[in-house]
Design a protein around this ligand. Structure first.
Ligand code: SF4
Ligand code: SF4
Length: 146
């Protein structure tokens, strides 16, 4: 679903990023059902540039997008979520035959960076793609950049 930017190990496919004590295996996204986009209530912050990009992608304007898909919280804008009977999920998460983000090419920075968030490490039970940095994990080494 979200898939982050980073440095992919060509042998294992695992992404490692400097400053983080874990890696991320994007292959897990194929079968996890978008756990990072649903569950407990949360915030997905968007800035003005991201709002314009999402509106352009959806073929609408920013005013309509804000009214239909965003909510104002503490003077910031976050993507709305909806209750699906079991938990909350982002309004852009499509749960048909395939679980996918409807705005994946223009998803917000917060989604692109997941699970490599600087303020907190997502719990492993939320993201099955998280890989601990251990000697047993092939490719578990630092790579430049990040
Ligand atoms: S929770 Fe992790 S594995 Fe699942 S879709 Fe999100 S980033 Fe991918
Ligand atoms: S915008 Fe897309 S990637 Fe981000 S939380 Fe919503 S469904 Fe998930």
């Amino acid at each position: 679903m979200t898939s982050c930017n980073g440095n992919k190990d060509q042998l294992t496919g695992i992404i490692w990023k400097s400053g983080f004590d874990f890696g991320f295996n994007p292959a897990a996204c194929k079968t996890c059902g978008g756990r990072c986009c649903r569950g407990e209530s949360g915030r997905v912050w968007v800035d003005a540039a991201e709002i314009r990009e999402i509106a352009r992608f959806l073929g609408t304007n920013t005013v309509d997008l804000m009214q239909s898909h965003l909510q104002r919280i503490d003077n910031r804008l976050s993507i709305r979520e909806q209750w699906d009977g079991e938990g909350f999920r982002c309004v852009f998460l499509e749960c048909g035959a395939e679980v996918r983000c409807a705005i994946y090419p223009v998803r917000p920075r917060q989604c692109r960076q997941y699970p490599f968030w600087s303020r907190c490490r997502p719990p492993a039970e939320e993201c099955p793609g998280i890989v601990s940095r251990t000697p047993e994990v092939p490719g578990g080494r630092d790579v430049a950049g990040g």
